[in-house]
Design a protein around this ligand. Structure first.
Ligand code: ATP
Length: 452
């Protein structure tokens, strides 16, 4: 598996740790009398197959809690059917949760009325689907301007803003083309530009690149990283692709059977898997490309602090291997002029071999054994960074409004999921809401337009 994990920087400023989304005890159960499942400890504890057999219900999301912090790329990863899409759709109630709490900037999402919900989806937390659902008879520029149009922004202003985002995603000169005159990757860029143009606080991406061929996909991932780095927007990104998760995520929530089995930075997930399932999941990841030197360093001797190559605590083990191989001596891990520790051949090999401890544990150990107070402070700080692991990467964007529109419609029509449903698969409206255009719920772009 080839990986290029971008160097991460923690967000700065007082609001860096303020959650945008706060989720607690969230359940989504599909099926008859779904509400009884979370309320009954015995039913709630049943494995998926047994639950289905006994109640006819599927618990797609089971007692999930997490915060999405401002400015981070929060990746929801898991195999097909693990509950990723359901979870993310619950955030804006495109799927109605069965139990639990969801807040955006402290506001209770479950208490929102229809108008407030519409406002939430259009302006605050917009969804970008796998198929961006471009309007075939409109030009690139008008497709990008479309989200602004449904926000009621005047023609001149929306075209000006749209033009700005067309440039931003690298489509300058293609403004007058129609979607049929674009490649798959270029179409994705139009969708991304449209999302960005409406300027939401959070962008929710549902496997936006999974239909692209590998090269275009990599291109688009880099585009997202670049845009995030430039604009620092909060993003929630669903993927079933581990390398995509490691590349894009500041933190990753790994899902299995509706639960989050581990939530952590890529380094924490790869370096310290929570259980055998996660360990198996990350087995083939090239650890040296994900782990940083903070997980490999040891305390420096007095002699070592004085010389040798210098690396930042965020440098990857792979970068350190290069530095150590080039100079033949241990490399110092430096933070604002202080030597936090050193990495040598043995420590670096330990990471590659998977025998080195988790980053947080390691930083803690160094904090305890460090040679002076300053070093202790620095190591503790390092641990903080490793744990927080948020980044300045990535992008801004918004939901394609025409993607949001049909889902809006579907969600509005949606029945209360706690009400009896005829079968395991719940009401058609729920399915539409659940999967949006990318899953074929509302596929026609004209339909989308009408819906607005
Ligand atoms: N409308 C529905 N009615 C009944 N069960 C559903 C419904 N939607 C989803 N499910 C079930 O909920 C579980 C989680 O589905 P979900 O689509 O959230 O998974 P996912 O991880 O996003 O999968 P994929 O990667 O294949 O999109 C699955 O078992 C699925 O069959």
């Amino acid at each position: 598996m080839a990986l290029t994990v971008p160097t991460r920087k923690p967000p700065t400023g007082d609001s860096a740790d303020a959650p945008v989304f706060s989720v607690d005890g969230l359940w989504k159960v599909f099926g008859p009398r779904a509400g009884r499942i979370p309320a009954d400890p015995e039913l709630a504890a049943l494995p998926a197959a047994e639950l289905r057999e006994r109640t006819g219900c599927t618990a797609a999301v089971r007692d999930v809690g997490f915060d999405v912090r401002k400015g981070e790329v929060f990746v929801v990863m898991g195999l097909s059917g693990s509950g990723k899409s359901t979870l993310v759709r619950c955030l804006t109630r495109l799927i109605e949760p069965t139990a639990g709490t969801i807040a955006i900037d402290g506001e209770d999402v479950r208490a929102m009325d229809r108008t407030r919900l519409r406002e939430l989806r259009r302006h605050r937390a917009a969804m970008v689907f796998q198929h961006f659902g471009l309007l075939p008879h409109r030009t690139v520029l008008d497709n990008v301007a479309y989200g602004l149009e449904i926000q009621g922004i005047g023609r001149a202003e929306r075209r000006e803003r749209a033009a700005e985002f067309v440039v931003k995603v690298g489509l300058e000169g293609m403004e007058k083309r129609r979607p049929s005159q674009l490649s798959g990757g270029q179409r994705q860029r139009v969708g991304l530009a449209r999302a960005l143009a409406v300027d939401p606080e959070v962008l929710l991406f549902d496997e936006p690149f999974s239909a692209l061929d590998p090269l275009i996909r990599r291109d688009m991932q880099e585009e997202v990283v670049r845009l995030h780095r430039e604009e620092g927007r909060t993003m929630v990104f669903i993927t079933h692709d581990l390398s995509e998760a490691l590349k894009l995520g500041d933190r990753i929530a790994l899902m299995r059977d509706g639960r989050i089995v581990q939530l952590g930075t890529p380094e924490e997930i790869v370096g310290s898997p929570a259980d055998d399932y996660v360990r198996e999941f990350v087995r083939d990841v090239p650890r040296e490309q994900v782990m940083t030197v903070r997980s490999a360093m040891r305390t420096a001797s007095a002699e070592e602090t004085g010389g040798g190559p210098a690396l930042s605590p965020d440098a990857t083990v792979s970068e350190a291997i290069e530095a150590v191989a080039r100079t033949g001596s241990p490399a110092r891990v430096m933070d604002r002029g202080r030597c936090l520790g050193v990495v040598d051949h043995a420590r670096l090999l330990g990471v590659v071999a998977g025998t080195t401890q988790a980053p947080a544990d390691e930083a803690e150990r160094i904090a305890v054994t460090g040679t002076d107070q300053a070093e202790q402070g620095a190591a503790a700080e390092t641990r903080q960074t490793a744990t927080a692991g948020t980044g300045q990467k990535a992008a801004t964007a918004t939901a394609g409004q025409q993607a949001a529109a049909p889902s809006d419609q579907a969600a509005t029509a949606e029945a209360d999921q706690n009400a009896p449903a005829p079968s395991d698969r719940t009401a058609p409206s729920d399915q539409a809401a659940a999967h949006g255009p990318g899953h074929g719920a509302v596929t026609g772009t004209e339909q989308a337009e009408e819906a607005v």
